[in-house]
Ligand binder design. Structure first.
Ligand SMILES: [Zn+2]
Length: 245
């Protein structure tokens, strides 16, 4: 996430520094631009919490049990989702994706699958190339309550001159966090999964996620957008992670 970014400090920034600490403590995982904070369960199953029919103590205890179950379940869903994401070294991540020509049921079911995978991975964005599909499609959701947005054939039509540095990770680059400087404001044209034209004016985190995912569609990774020193450190972390796996 954006440990050093101003975006993090905005009142509506979605990740507090305490949430960041908690991710490190709980899982030891890297945070990621494509990953939501783990401070609350990714999915709250309807009816998971009991009605307040017993004593307060009982309800509290049951709540904790339900949360533990959700955490374990969410963690195993996340692990299997992450296993389906292509990792650094896979040539598909260096491939420039082709335009989507057909807006059909096949595309819409792909969008649904990617949205599900992204949610299970507790991510905020996912590009088709990351799941091995070489066409220009990405999904993202920067606010938990929002529905998953799909951008097909996205193009950055305009980017503001003002840039900011934010710390980014990537579902395809386990154990890597690097600083990336990007425009704060962008205007993006795309289509939704039904072929209807969209125009998105995004700023802050949303703009960053969209730019990160469009980079994937061009075969560009955050390693290409950081300093030489951080790239060297990242390569070392990737090697160590691969050796440990
Ligand atoms: Zn990524």
């Amino acid at each position: 996430m954006f440990l050093s970014s101003g975006a993090l400090r905005r009142p509506n920034a979605f990740l507090s520094s305490s949430a960041v600490n908690r991710i490190w403590k709980v899982s030891g995982d890297q945070q990621s631009i494509e990953r939501e904070p783990a401070s609350t369960p990714a999915v709250v199953a309807p009816g998971a919490f009991p009605n307040a029919t017993g004593s307060d103590d009982e309800v509290e205890r049951q709540d904790e049990d339900a949360e533990d179950e959700l955490d374990t379940e969410a963690a195993s869903r996340r692990a299997s989702a992450l296993a389906r994401v292509r990792k650094f070294g896979d040539p598909v991540l260096r491939t420039r994706a082709l335009s989507v020509e057909r807006f059909d049921e096949v595309l819409r079911s792909e969008v649904a699958r990617m949205g599900e995978l992204m949610s299970d991975a507790v991510g905020v964005g996912l590009a088709a190339t990351q799941v091995g599909a070489v066409h220009r499609l990405l999904v993202y959701r920067v606010q938990r309550q929002a529905s998953v947005a799909a951008l097909v054939n996205p193009v950055i039509e305009w980017a503001g001159k003002e840039e900011e540095i934010g710390e980014e990770g990537c579902l395809s680059l386990p154990a890597v966090l690097v600083d990336v400087e990007r425009p704060i404001y962008v205007r993006v044209r795309a289509c939704n999964e039904h072929g209807e034209p969209l125009m998105i004016e995004a700023s802050g985190l949303e703009a960053r996620v969209i730019q990160h995912e469009i980079d994937h569609l061009d075969g560009v990774l955050i390693l290409d957008r950081t300093t030489r020193e951080q790239r060297k450190q990242a390569m070392r972390a990737l090697r160590e992670a691969q050796e440990a796996a």
